[in-house]
Write a protein that binds this ligand. Sequence first.
Ligand code: NAD
Ligand code: DAU
Length: 361
Amino acid sequence: MRTYLVTGGAGFIGSNYIHYMFRKYDNEIRIINVDKLTYAGNLENLKDIEGRENYTFVKADITDKEAIRKVFAENDIDRVVHFAAESHVDRSIKEPEVFVNTNVMGTCVMLNCAKEAWELPDGSFKEGKKFLHVSTDEVYGSLPDDGTSYFYETTPYCPHSPYSASKASSDFLVKAYIDTYHFPANITNCSNNYGPYQFPEKLIPLIINNALNGKALPVYGDGMNIRDWLYVDDHAKGIDMVQENGKLGETYNIGGHNERRNIQIIKTILETLQELLPDSDPRKANVSEDLITYVADRKGHDKRYAIAPDKIRKEVGWEPETTFEVGIKKTIKWYLEHQEWMERCISGDYQKYYEDMYKNR
Ligand code: NAD
Ligand code: DAU
């Protein structure tokens, strides 16, 4: 039975990945989820997994060397899937240090502890051990709004925000371990994910929640920035396929060839809410384009991201399965059916975050 150490498994993508892996492998694998439970970590995302004998949660900080070393010492880990990170660009603009600490130092600790546990006296590594570092397309910087240029694995790194700079640094650390020690790792750089369990600081769940509550829908700048959206289950599948079928040491870009302008996303959400909400639901009257409010742009706002997923298609056989039309409907339905989950997310600290982030925009 393969044992996985998943970091950041209580977050958005990590929890969807854990669900995906148990759906796919059931009792053939064991997962240990290491998460610090920051504001973005939510054990409610894994409620239905909790009782499983082949699942363990460990509350720990990835920058805590002793805690991570202990997890490796007590378990024969076969796979590391490293999601844990500070992930929100706007927060990184306000508070860069925490991003450097978690994303750079935390990744270094994860690499070191895995190396220590897996390395043999001759400097080679135990058979079959693999580390996958989950990264982002934001490390490549920004593309022109031309609809023809793409991010490839060979595109030079050019991060702009403190978040993407910290992720780029962490990618370089993984590359350094691969080059220096022949450490058995892969890096995946993925585009914008959407789906269930995404914290409502990010565009899609924020717009859904604000629209349902009749609150202003904040559009940064002119709303014409482009992101390449991927349904989160497709990302989870891509990670698993890279880890099992990819070539060790390689980087793979994961993206859905699904570019949308932010304003299009917002209008699609409004239309879908109108379609899904029954007339008897009082929230339906709130859902209107009148809520769209153009606000000050994000500092250093990257114009366009777009992944060319050619390498992962050719070498690993991965392709996205969920069209945006299907994925966004599934996502909005999920949020409508999990209003209590949302209420708990937006109680307490979230209100203060929202006021601070949006008050001067
Ligand atoms: P998220 O913010 O929803 O979740 C992050 C998780 O990491 C949380 O559970 C949090 O508690 C945990 N965490 C944070 N700091 C920690 C620490 N010091 N020690 C242990 N756990 C800690 O993030 P997400 O959107 O699920 O992103 C997961 C990963 O995927 C990140 O590495 C991110 O850079 C990458 N990524 C995200 C996207 C996206 O669209 N969301 C796209 C590409 C890549
Ligand atoms: O590209 C991958 C990245 O996608 C990941 O690495 C990040 O972890 C993830 O957060 C995401 O980054 P973005 O900055 O693209 O996502 P966000 O949801 O914050 O914003 C999407 C777009 O919407 C972006 O152009 C900014 C804009 N936006 C965002 C918010 C929160 C708004 O116009 N208004 C908003 O209120």
